[in-house]
Design a binder for this molecule. Structure first.
Ligand SMILES: O=C[C@H](O)[C@H](O)[C@H](O)COP(=O)(O)O
Length: 233
């Protein structure tokens, strides 16, 4: 296992320690969350009783394989605790997510959650967001229209594709990857993107994250938005 994978696993295991009997748990998407699901499944085998909701089809399949009890989110409006990964996170607990294309369901579940823990390896913690392209989920009909607007905001924009075909999300939408670099002023850009017709969601998570768990070398750091603003660097 590489150092980064070991850091992801450490952060994931620490976050799963926060899950208590009876909780309704949101399961994020991606390689870091996969470690959390594995660790959660171990705890379930040891007697932990929870139910969970998945933020993507990929997570749903993985969690089912590991016998994590899932319910469809359609029947619920709140979640006790969600554990999810991120592509970049800054000291203000603002993150870019969506590298795996799961941002829409992730944003809904994050907004429904009483607490959201983001788990990352140390290289995801950045001084300022923008090095990682911002995923913007759009209805296919509006792809070119939204692309033009994102370019006007200063981004270099690519339609995400797989094998020469557009990548299709779990909601049957397209993803535009908008590389803003230093032009990414998170609050301003989030507001501007929200106002473009045809945009379903973007990967800027600005207020949802309460706790960040960072795997750094052989140690694990827990940062709480409320208690230690500015501690994350
Ligand atoms: O759409 C994907 C999600 O937002 C992931 O949580 C994010 O891309 C981080 O994934 P990973 O843990 O694989 O780096």
């Amino acid at each position: 296992m590489t150092d980064r994978e070991a850091e992801k696993r450490l952060a994931a295991a620490r976050a799963v320690d926060e899950i208590e009997d009876g909780m309704f748990v949101g399961l994020g998407t991606g390689s870091t969350t996969a470690y959390a699901i594995k660790s959660l499944s171990d705890r379930i085998r040891q007697g932990l009783r929870i139910t969970a909701v998945a933020t993507s089809r990929a997570t749903e399949m993985f969690a089912r394989r590991l016998a994590v009890p899932l319910v469809p989110f359609e029947q619920f409006s709140s979640v006790d605790l969600t554990i999810d990964g991120a592509d970049e996170i800054d000291c203000h607990f603002q993150a870019i997510k969506g590298g795996g294309g799961a941002l829409l369901r992730e944003k809904v579940v994050a907004a429904a959650s009483s607490r959201m823990i983001v788990i990352v390896d140390a290289c995801k913690v950045v001084r300022r967001l923008g090095g990682f392209p911002l995923a913007v989920e759009v209805v296919p009909f509006a792809s070119e229209f939204v692309r033009t607007h994102l370019a006007d905001l200063g981004a270099s924009v690519t339609l995400r594709s797989v094998g020469g075909e557009p990548f299709i999300t779990d909601q049957s939408n397209h993803i535009l990857d908008a590389a803003f670099g230093k032009a990414l002023r998170p609050i301003e850009i989030a507001g501007a993107i929200d106002a473009i017709p045809g945009v379903m969601e973007h990967g800027l998570f600005l207020s949802e994250i309460d706790t960040v768990v960072v795997g750094r070398g052989e140690t694990v750091e827990v940062h709480l938005r409320k208690q230690a603003p500015g501690s994350l660097r």
